[in-house]
Design a protein around this ligand. Structure first.
Ligand code: PMP
Length: 294
């Protein structure tokens, strides 16, 4: 992934992709003092850019650091990266981390760095996702919010994501469904989950995982369609009652789920409607998005 053409923005300077190398003694690598974002551009507009930038800044604050760029500067840099790479439809990855100025648990002297890359990445689950993906149950649970800053999109919180996703893939699934530390339904490894039950949408309360920007968008779209939305504690036993299931996330977009463990689901009307509404919203001008996604 590193040996390719392209430009990466790094602390205010546009560098060739191949030369965007980091020192091996970077604090972020050893102690996971790093936060990131995942954004998508459609037709040249980055969907809900300011929401992603705000979350990036907030993620850093939750790890005790201040990213040394303003939200306006970060927004502008994301757009510059798209332009420098000649992209209009792309995935954008800002990353902020503690540098290599000091290497110990205490890292007060480290500088905070910010890099932003962008590349073409059609969908997390590929072209065939519309028939529905299959989720295995993860062995790892989301940490209790008292044991980790779970509202931060922090690199360290993805350790269990990668472990769970690899285990699911080894068992023939596309992704894993993680539970909360109390055993409630939480989320997939890189997206939030929704269930249709009795004509309404149900989604877990985001108390130990990200309240995703796509999640909130989908909730607004559902309400605009008069589909009731319930955020609540969902027990794994309740999943058998769902008539439809889907994931929502920037990379996953809205992706139907056709299996969770031994349970089977058939993607239906609610999922199809929300996929169509989401796919059309992301291509609207940012002012229109702000009105409809709020
Ligand atoms: N949960 C996890 C673990 C994620 O990585 C993501 C993707 N950022 C989400 C949920 C969904 O967040 P968003 O819709 O803001 O992309």
């Amino acid at each position: 992934f590193d040996d390719r053409d392209g430009m990466i923005w790094w602390d205010g300077v546009m560098r060739p992709w191949r030369d965007a190398n980091l020192h091996v003694l970077s604090h972020g690598l050893h102690y996971a003092s790093a936060v990131f974002e995942g954004e998508r551009a459609y037709d040249g507009n980055i969907f809900r850019l300011r929401d992603h930038t705000d979350r990036l800044i907030q993620s850093g604050k939750l790890l005790g650091f201040e990213i040394p760029f303003t939200a306006d500067q970060i927004d502008a840099a994301c757009k510059e990266v798209l332009a420098a790479n000649g992209l209009t439809d792309a995935y954008i990855r800002p990353l902020a981390w503690r540098g290599s100025e000091q290497l110990a648990v205490s890292a007060q002297q480290t500088k905070i760095h910010l890099a932003i890359a962008a590349w073409a990445w059609p969908n997390l689950f590929g072209k065939d996702r519309m028939k529905g993906i299959r989720l295995g149950m993860a062995e790892w649970r989301r940490p209790d919010p008292r044991t980790a800053p779970t509202a931060s999109k922090a690199a360290g919180l993805y350790m269990i994501g990668t472990l769970s996703k690899h285990a699911a893939e080894a068992a023939g699934f596309d992704d894993a469904l993680m539970l909360t530390s109390d055993g409630l339904v939480a989320e997939a490894t890189g997206a939030n989950i929704f269930f249709a039950m009795d004509g309404a949408l149900h989604t877990p309360t985001p108390d130990c995982f990200l309240d995703g920007i796509t999640r909130r968008t989908v909730m607004a779209l559902a309400r605009a369609r008069q589909i009731p939305v319930h955020e609540r504690r969902i027990l794994p036993e309740e999943m058998a009652r769902a008539t439809e299931v889907f994931l929502a996330g920037t990379a996953a977009e809205v992706t139907p789920v056709r299996q969770i463990g031994d349970l089977s689901f058939t993607p239906g009307q609610i999922t199809a409607t929300l996929i169509a509404d989401y796919d059309s919203l992301v291509r609207m001008p940012p002012e229109e998005v702000a009105k409809r996604a709020a």
